[in-house]
Write a new protein. Structure first.
Length: 143
């Protein structure tokens, strides 16, 4: 996860968030992992099934979300991110959610293009700045 985030142009290193990114075992049960045929991890995402989840960044009772999507730099552009996002979409539908709400750093332009290609729409009213160096953009997908 750290390698994927650190490879992003404009990524502002944030030591406290990097501890959270690296704590994949602490999110066990909520993390979906993509692996290649040899078992090498290519990417992962944290699925947030509802507003009461520890990693929820939304209060909508009808929403799900995902956070900390990361694809190893060597695996980018090969459909790994799309597959992980699709898994979250399918899980949200199975959970009976009406929408998926997410936030994405302004420096994550490739992810933004993927989200929009998959039907997510920008929602500027959801934008927020948790700390001065980190500007997050809001996206939503109606299911």
């Amino acid at each position: 996860m750290l390698a994927a985030y650190r490879a992003l142009p404009g990524y502002p290193p944030e030591p406290e968030y990097e501890v959270e990114l690296a704590d994949v075992p602490g999110r066990a049960g909520d993390v979906v992992v993509a692996v290649d045929d040899g078992g090498r991890i290519l990417g992962c995402v944290t699925y947030v099934p509802g507003r009461d989840h520890a990693h929820a960044e939304f209060s909508d009772p009808d929403a799900a979300g995902f956070r900390m999507l990361a694809v190893d730099p060597s695996g980018q552009g090969k459909g790994v991110g799309r597959a992980l996002v699709q898994w979250c979409i399918d899980a949200a539908r199975a959970d009976g959610r009406q929408r998926i709400l997410i936030h994405s750093g302004i420096w994550m332009t490739r992810a933004h293009a993927l989200y929009q290609a998959m039907g997510f729409e920008r929602h500027p009213e959801m934008d927020w700045i948790p700390i001065p160096e980190v500007h997050l953009l809001g996206f939503a997908l109606e299911l």
